[in-house]
Design a protein around this ligand. Sequence first.
Ligand SMILES: Nc1ncnc2c1ncn2[C@@H]1O[C@H](COP(=O)(O)OP(=O)(O)OP(=O)(O)O)[C@@H](O)[C@H]1O
Length: 956
Amino acid sequence: MDQYLLFALLGMGAGAVFAGLGMGLVTVYKGSGVVNFAQASLGLWGAFVFDELRRTGDLVLPVLVIPGRVHLGTSTPLPVALAVGLLSSAVLGGLVHVLVFRPLRNAPTLSKIMASVGILTLLQSLLVRRFGAGSRVVDAVLPSGSLRFAGVELPQDRLWLLGITVVVAGVLMAYYRWSMAGLATRAGVEDEVALLLARWSPNRLAGLNWALGTGVTSLFLLLASPITGLNPASIGTLVVPGLAALLVARLSSVAVAAVAGLALGVLQSELSYMQLQSWWPHSLPSGTTDAVPFVVIVVALVLLGKKLPRRGELVLSRLPAVVRRPLRLKWVLLGTAVVALLAPLLGQAQRNGLIASMVFAVIALSYVVLVGLVGQVSLGQAAIAGVSAFTLARATDGLPFPVSVLLSALAATLAGVVMGAPALRIRGAQLAVVTLAGAVAVEALFLRQISVSGSGLADPELFGLDLAAQRYSELARLPFTYTVLAVLVLCCLLVSRVLNGTTGRRFLAVRSNERAAAAVGVDVARTKLIAFALSSFIAGLGGALLAYSRGSVSIESFNYLAGISFLIFAFIGGITSVGGALLAGLIGPFGLWYVVLDGLVPLGSAYDILGGLTMISTAIVAPEGAAGFYGKAVRNLLSRRTGPARDVAEVPPPADMPAADVPGADTPAADVPGADTPQAAVAAPDAPPVPLSAAEGISGPALEVERVSVRYGGVRAVQDVSMVVRAGELHGLIGPNGAGKTSTLDAIAGFCVSEGAVRIRGTDVSRFSPHRRFGTGLARTWQATELFLDLTVRDNLLVAAQPGSPGDLVNDLVGRARVMKDDAMSALRLLGIEHLADSHPAQLSTGQQKLVGVARALAARPAVLLCDEPAAGLDSAESRELGRHLRTVADTGVAVVLIEHDLSLVLQMCDEVTVLDFGRVIAQGTPEAIRRDPAVMTAYVGDPRTVDPVSQEVQP
Ligand SMILES: Nc1ncnc2c1ncn2[C@@H]1O[C@H](COP(=O)(O)OP(=O)(O)OP(=O)(O)O)[C@@H](O)[C@H]1O
């Protein structure tokens, strides 16, 4: 027991460091909304500066140019060195905010993650350049020696660290609770607009918090350095536990971050003690302690996943745009032929560069699938590629060449799905944290356990043809070059097919808006898992090729730092297109660009610094990457010469533009897909109703809601609401603000936890997820339009028309995907907006967007359509037009539930009306009955009289 106490206290050394990281990360996040992957590097800078001052009296500067250091005298007193060290980190943190994150304030989360990862690599290289790569032993800062307690010698420095952690956490808490700047920072987390109105500058506050956060982290790294030593390479062991503390603290509580950090340190220390015991199962991998943060993160996310707060940012930002355009076969063949003809002409070094470029392009394609198309930021792809490489070296002995590679890639697929599974509830920076922690765990539990030397890898051979990458003096053999080229071409075609097929459409829908995707039947979790699997398979192929090309498998090629470097180059190239991946290959580690540059100036580690700097500037200037940036520039140039380029979406006309002026209006009806169907006859609300709904011919209730209740914590938003809606009925759901209308709709569609029963055409769907409810014939629209901004109007509708089936991916790959264009077009035609099919949502007016939202819900021919204030934001003429459209929809046999504030519109258009107030049904019946119901008028105007439905004036 004494030993457990001792090890618990020993763990406080690392624990205080983790706590310092966690508290610093929370401070930075509170101030700026950035999850700072470079926190440990920024903190280490101050610790190194402090140590260097004490050793040599030199103040080291982070500037890349000379002079890198200023001599301040031979002996610097401890307090001065301490102050200068902390200040260095704080200033560096403030500078990072001003130079990088301030310009990125409104940028997508992806750009912020990439920038902070760029800073991490940049600082790591800087630390090595300025202070050397080795480990430093640091003189004691805190009192050493021990105290005797309960028969155990307790180290004093750990007790001091524990005390300092408590004090710093207390000071930070007091700062956020009582100081004006702290209170303003907390207010900014909720609502930055309000902060601005109160005359606080969010930028200045962010800068202050950056400086404070990095200073706090540096303090703990510095004080604990005599225990932990100082080593630039230790960043890997620091980043993940710090991020784990941040997540456990729900990104907001300094105190919880401190406790979580200390607890992690203690847990790791106790585990390392237990591993020395005879009863410990020694068959467990020795890296178990390094995997602890991953487990903590996974548990934290499972328990807190949906509760993690989001910042009230000024601007909602989007990921870089994706252009869906299939690869043209002639370009693929031409490109392949050029590389194939060029390869024999290159020298060994250049051909090696070509191979490295092609291998890296394959790996970059895996990022295109996961990060570019689904928006899932992964820092763990190198570990996934490593699983394949190590499997190839160890587990596929004796298997023939392509089979061994395919099996290894499948092992990587499995690892990717396992790493991705806990991440299904999250995205953005938190996902990046999980994948980074996962990469460290894979490295500790798997890669390090099966370290393999070069001889472990059998050379590839196909039908007697020697495909080895190297043989004697030949370092880059042609047959291997062609093998890699073939794999790259296949992967490019695969990704292009997926991007342009139904799977890609669904990927982009999930990337754009997860809950809207679920509302149109997309199984979001499955879609993400498919993306993880596909991307891991491609990364696995890349990993196997990388292993062959290097002739050996080493951890350094696949550790978390390699993962970060991979992501950096993939992002610089362009993370949303096949072209971007090819560019990434060109500039990637040891690729052709590196070889050419290295021939001119020896690069060494400067290439990483260059990569980090390029990464940061790419994140700021061109988040779409070099491919997107130059692609756009070329298109602009062409359009200036020849008029608008074809793939740039043209701005559609307003809805009231005459049909003849609409692009494509001169297309004969017979040329429009689906024009020969009966639905094609319907072009306006005045036209006779056309059967569109899957509910055709069904009589009886399409929707039954029975005693549904919804609670948000202490708020009872909906209480025992019941209603029945028949096929072909337009049912109004009205009530004052906050009456519970949207919550009722959310409960029916499965978007909130509720009690009671919901039946669609007799099927009880109360326990179904939203996408399964959609499958039974229930569609909805949203109060905000919630269209998929990355997709055209047609594609928005096609996502709903084809919510997914198990064979879709294979069909996409073999080019046999079914396209339900008719359903999509007939929904657009029904609402008179087929001319908008090729527009992007951002180009449409609010009214047009609302109609597209209704059309999207109709594209799957639902039996029940729930419309949440579709007329909000429209003028009264547009509202009435929309009302007529909905009447037409109901007349096709769809049961329509309409939430609407325009009382006169509801009383005119609807067959039945349900009125809610304070979450309860206060009236139900025909518009006539509702009009006469005094309870309704009391709820609306506090006056028990009736209302004139047209003028909305209260009648005596
Ligand atoms: N996510 C939530 N968490 C806590 N309370 C909520 C949440 N969503 C809604 N509420 C509360 O539940 C009640 C009903 O809200 P709801 O949005 O369903 O009403 P509504 O009739 O649709 O209002 P409006 O017409 O303004 O859209 C309100 O008191 C609201 O503040």
